[in-house]
Design a protein around this ligand. Structure first.
Ligand SMILES: Nc1nc2c(ncn2[C@@H]2O[C@H](COP(=O)(O)OP(=O)(O)OP(=O)(O)O)[C@@H](O)[C@H]2O)c(=O)[nH]1
Ligand SMILES: [Mg+2]
Length: 328
């Protein structure tokens, strides 16, 4: 049964869980309703703050997200949680994790939790995550927490989406900073040393501080004076015992103030939308051109012809474009 877009949008704005869930499914499956729905909701977006929580598997990201969400709920902020887990099959661990987590927030309509677990979404996981964040923004969630394991291209893109990136590290995995993924160190606005109840926490913190003092700033802000420059803090937590969560929330809030007053937010958001616009243009044009040229099948045939040197690639493209009536 299909609902008029305006009614559906109204339900999303009102924060109705079922309407939000259905919208996310539409986004994931790239159904024809997804775009008009997001278009209708777009004017109500822009107020949410997106925090990305990333780190190696098992470092306690979900536990931290859960505690942070509870902290924000206490302050009456509505919360959206997106757990991106590209490795789990759709019906597997991620969904089970949702259920377990939902239980601790049972009956609280102010929090919405959703996992996105499959690769192969049309247009990619990063696009789907960005659109789901937009949807939750329209649904009035002021704090959006995105959990992702910090590997792979998709996740790097997801992390780029966030206003604030929290990198989670733990002592005692034999993962000295030297062995850590260099990429993770560069993207952190805040570093969390979780499981700091474990042995090796002091040593890891020392290493982290040493490394951060050597690191070049994430963004070239040569015009920014030294005292205005952001120095990523290290926050010690024991997520399972709810220790350090307030300090983490404070660090996130401080970064937000910095991020907004320095003009970085505006710059980052413009860059984000620039990339999204290019993606949209690409996919629209590609769709139109391929449809006119006979779809995937025709494209495959053309590719085979080029591979066999029956045609050169430039003539092939001209031929396809000519069929679509586009002259580029
Ligand atoms: N000792 C200790 N254990 C913790 C702490 N935080 C989380 N854990 C435990 O570490 C395990 C992994 O926690 P998760 O929150 O699932 O970690 P994650 O990073 O979300 O894991 P993936 O999503 O699978 O990558 C669980 O058994 C937690 O109870 C902590 O501060 N101290
Ligand atoms: Mg997790």
């Amino acid at each position: 049964m299909s609902l008029p877009i305006e009614t559906w949008a109204e339900q999303v704005r009102a924060g109705e869980t079922r309407a939000i869930s259905r919208a996310i499914t539409a986004i994931e499956n790239h159904t024809p309703e997804a775009e008009p729905l997001l278009k209708t909701l777009f004017p109500q977006t822009g107020a949410a703050y997106l925090t990305g929580i990333t780190g190696a598997p098992g470092t306690g990201k979900s536990t931290l997200v859960d505690r942070l969400a509870a902290h924000y709920r206490k302050q009456e902020d509505r919360v959206g949680v997106i757990a991106v887990d590209p490795t789990s099959p759709y019906t597997g661990g991620a969904i089970l994790g949702d259920r377990i987590r939902m239980q601790s927030h049972a009956g609280d309509a102010g929090i919405f939790i959703r996992s996105m677990a499959t690769r192969g979404f049309l247009g990619g996981l990063a696009r789907a995550t960005a659109e789901v964040a937009l949807l939750l923004d329209a649904a009035g969630k002021r704090q959006i927490l995105i959990e992702t394991v910090g590997v792979g291209q998709d996740e790097i893109e997801i992390v780029r989406l966030a206003d604030c990136v929290v990198v989670v590290l733990v002592p005692g995995l034999g993962d000295d900073i030297q062995n850590m993924k260099a990429g993770l160190m560069e993207i952190g606005d805040i570093f969390v040393l979780n499981k700091s109840d474990r042995e090796g926490a002091d040593r890891l913190e020392e290493q982290l501080h040493a490394m951060l003092s050597m690191a070049t700033p994430k963004v070239d802000r040569s015009s920014v004076s030294d005292e205005n420059r952001w120095h990523p803090p290290v926050v010690r937590t024991v997520a399972t015992e709810n220790k350090g969560i307030e300090k983490l929330a404070e660090a996130i809030a401080r970064f937000r103030t910095h991020f907004e007053s320095s003009g970085e937010r505006a710059k980052k958001h413009t860059e984000h939308w620039r990339n999204r616009l290019v993606e949209l243009i690409e996919s629209r044009i590609l769709e139109r051109v391929l449809n006119a040229a006979g779809g995937e099948e025709a494209l495959n045939q053309m590719a085979a012809d080029v591979a066999e040197r029956l045609k050169d690639p430039f003539s092939a493209v001209n031929e396809i474009l000519a069929k679509s009536g586009l002259q580029i």
